[in-house]
Design a protein around this ligand. Structure first.
Ligand code: NDP
Length: 293
């Protein structure tokens, strides 16, 4: 039986550390940290995600300074809003909630975010910093996976890691972070031949393919650590991941559940990026370095 990589309880512990860090730095900064979640249009799932992020901000003492623009807002106006947030001294983190309405190109808008305020860690400069091992905000989901692995004391140095998925959002930065932790990393994608043969070699398997329940017992070596990034609404209700939990759990040494695994960690790392940016701007020692892979 696998031990659970419990993202919910780890995220709560990180929130407590952030609450303490904000309290300790408040006098020196003269203001709380601020996170602006910018939402354009009315994608219903985005509405839930934005509400969750704003609630999490409230719990730790980060001010939510977001804006919600109508779906037909011209790109120039979205860009002007981003520039206003870039210039706003009360804002430490900016997040452009994706997906954008059809007709808005996310590339130029993501690039318009001040890299020092890039709460999602997805700006080209910050991905480059990750590649080079330089400090900067890190992509939230893979940083959350690294925190889960660290909390469970999963040894990475010299171990074989396989990442299924090569998106800029998850797979690519995940592979870089595992490699920076001295794992030997392979990345699988939709053209990979004999996926199960590759994933069975993994000591640590991170699945971010966006395909419901595609990884079963045949894909996993007994004793492997399995992290399931996928999240899907099931037609019959409830959520599932990319991994068939009931097949893999009896085999694995540790596994992250869906929900309650990577999801809460992604939100926690968004808060970490915001608080670290706030500390940096005000010259505050934060002691959160272990959360920035
Ligand atoms: P993308 O669709 O952008 O990328 C999916 C990747 O998986 C691609 O690289 C694709 O390969 C690869 N892939 C697809 N099918 C297969 C297959 N059959 N075998 C091997 N590889 C395959 O998704 P994201 O990276 O954005 O997200 C992945 C999942 O993680 C989704 O379910 C998403 O909802 C979830 N997610 C969860 C988060 C959380 O907080 N829990 C946060 C972010 C995402 P190719 O490049 O060849 O197309």
């Amino acid at each position: 039986m696998a031990s659970l990589l419990d993202g919910r309880s780890l995220a709560a512990a990180i929130e407590q550390r952030l609450t303490d860090a904000i309290r300790a730095g408040l006098d020196q900064a003269g203001r709380p940290p601020g996170l602006a979640v910018l939402r354009v249009g009315d994608d219903p799932a985005s509405g839930v995600y934005v509400a969750n992020k704003e609630k999490a901000c409230g719990r730790v003492g980060i001010r939510s300074l977001g804006a919600h623009l109508p779906a037909d807002t011209p790109a120039a106006e979205v860009q002007a809003t981003i520039e206003r947030l870039n210039a706003d001294p009360a804002v430490d983190g900016i997040l452009l909630q994706l997906p954008l309405p059809a007709g808005l190109d996310e590339g130029p808008l993501l690039r318009a975010i001040d890299p020092e305020k890039d709460a999602d860690g997805l700006h080209t400069l910050n991905l480059g910093r990750l590649l080079k091992g330089e400090a900067g905000p890190r992509s939230c989901t893979p940083a959350g996976v690294m925190a889960l692995l660290k909390a469970a004391q999963v040894e990475l140095s010299g171990r074989r890691a396989v990442v299924v998925g090569r998106s800029i959002l998850v797979g690519q930065p995940m592979a870089l972070m595992l490699q920076a932790a001295d794992a030997t990393v392979s990345v699988a994608h939709s053209r990979t031949r004999d996926l199960a043969d590759l994933t069975r070699q993994a000591d640590v398997l991170v699945v971010a393919a966006g395909r419901p329940r595609m990884i079963g017992a045949d894909h996993v070596r007994p004793g492997a650590v399995v992290v399931d990034v996928g999240i899907h609404r099931r037609p019959e209700g409830g959520l599932c991941g990319d991994v068939i939990f009931e097949q893999v759990e009896p085999l694995a040494a540790a596994i992250s559940p869906v929900p309650g695994g990577v999801g809460p960690m992604t939100v926690a790392m968004l808060l970490v990026n915001t608080v670290v940016a706030w500390c940096r701007r005000h010259g505050i020692e934060h002691g959160l370095g272990d959360l920035v892979p």
